[in-house]
Ligand binder design. Structure first.
Ligand code: FAD
Length: 374
């Protein structure tokens, strides 16, 4: 059976909900299709100790501020899941679950959205599928030879999972290498620092933000940059298209927000980083100087790529796996908007507070398209 909606939103995480909020305000006919059985997007899958790097007031979707979490200056992931669940209910956002979108196709004047439970035809599509579902692992020699445990950020839950890894028969916590100098690497390293024999390795020395800077400052920087970009948008887009580094972003402030557990581990001297190893062998890592170190586990905190495979039938891929966009709109398919994947779909659009504005712009753009008979 084929169903119809003017707009199909693919993904019901924070970005999909923000899109729904603005589409609803404009009175447009839309559905949200989400692959998961329950609300919350990626937040439902993060490690147990994860806390936001901004207070609740700075972590809100459009319309309804995130309520503070009792006893926590920085809410935890469970609080975010609760907020997103309530947000859906509050705004009556009809999210169809679990529905996985397999492919978006051109079909005459419409876009055809094939899912694992039927077909939708739409006049416009918003893709808001996030990145969590496409973990990135670097091509390090010897990775497949290593006999210890390997996991990516997406598979990490708590230090308990590393109990018993070490010296048999009594167990112990084992020697764990955490790879990556971003927030995930620093937070997971801090999480493990007390219990395991931890080695944190990074490609370049870790850059901590000043202790009094949190996600608020990152958002403010992104907003200021947005204003600057208003004038310089064309130049920047050209720079990104040419593969040059965009130095104007929040990254210029540093990489790692010193959230309390990170700060504590760092100040206790438990969070010093070593240079990245050059390869793995069966039993551990091999450093650039040829020395070896045994490892029971390696956790790759090496980032994500946008989850865009459902858009492959449209043939829009540009450089670096991104789809070229103007704002959120795909340059070569004006009926498609991309929301929430990172700065290339709007400054700070991959954050709770930052996704509202690009979601509003996308909804307005779609309203104009539909009005014009698109
Ligand atoms: P997701 O939450 O991943 O939601 C996408 C949804 O789409 C999911 O439900 C998924 O199942 C669904 N989906 C995917 N593919 C399909 C398909 N083909 N068909 C149907 N549905 C599909 N941001 C902050 O603002 N503050 C923070 O403190 C913060 N900390 C972070 C810490 C970590 C470790 C990470 C990884 C991110 C953090 N972020 C933070 C960034 C950001 O808020 C999250 O990544 C957020 O989950 C992105 O939301 P999203 O809606 O774009 O994607």
């Amino acid at each position: 059976m084929t169903r119809h909606a003017d707009v199909v939103v693919v993904g019901g995480g924070q970005a999909g909900l923000a899109a729904g909020y603005h589409l609803r305000r404009l009175g447009l006919d839309f559905v949200i299709l989400d692959a998961q059985a329950e609300a919350g997007g990626a937040w439902r899958h993060t490690w147990e100790s994860l806390h936001l790097f901004s207070p609740a007031a700075y972590s809100s979707l459009p319309g309804w501020p995130m309520p503070p979490q009792a006893g926590e200056a920085y809410p935890d992931a469970r609080h975010v899941v609760g907020y997103l669940t309530e947000y859906e209910r509050r705004y009556g956002l009809a999210v169809h679950r679990p529905v996985r979108v397999l492919g978006v196709h051109r079909d005459g004047a419409r876009l055809r959205v094939e899912t694992d439970s039927g077909t939708w035809r739409a006049r416009a599509v918003v893709s808001a599928t996030g990145t969590w579902w496409r973990p990135f692992l670097p091509a390090v020699p010897g990775r497949s030879a290593f006999r210890g445990r390997q996991l990516h950020t997406v598979g990490y839950r708590s230090p308990r999972d590393f109990a018993g890894l070490g010296v048999p028969p009594a167990g112990g916590w084992g020697s764990v290498f955490v790879v990556g100098g971003g927030n995930s690497g620093a937070q997971i390293a801090a999480d493990l620092a007390h219990d395991t024999e931890l080695t944190w390795v990074t490609q370049r020395p870790p850059r901590f933000l000043a202790d009094d800077i949190d996600g608020r400052a990152l958002f403010d920087a992104a907003t200021a940059r947005r204003r600057a970009l208003f004038d310089a948008a064309t130049a920047r887009r050209r720079a990104l298209d040419e593969g040059r580094t965009d130095t104007g972003g929040v990254a210029s402030l540093g990489d790692i927000v010193a959230v309390p557990p990170v700060r504590e581990a760092r100040d206790a001297g438990l969070l010093t980083a070593s240079p990245m190893f050059v390869r793995l062998d069966r039993d551990g890592v091999v450093r650039a100087d040829g020395t070896r170190a045994p490892a029971d586990a390696v956790i790759w905190c090496t980032g994500f790529r946008p989850a865009l495979s459902h858009l492959a039938p449209l043939g829009l891929r540009g450089r670096r796996g991104h789809i070229p966009t103007t704002g959120t709109r795909a340059v070569d398919e004006p009926r498609l908007h991309l929301l929430g994947y990172g700065d290339w779909t709007g400054p700070a659009s991959a954050t709770l507070i930052g996704v509202g504005r690009p979601a509003r712009d996308a909804a307005r753009d779609i309203a104009v398209l539909l009005e014009d008979g698109g």
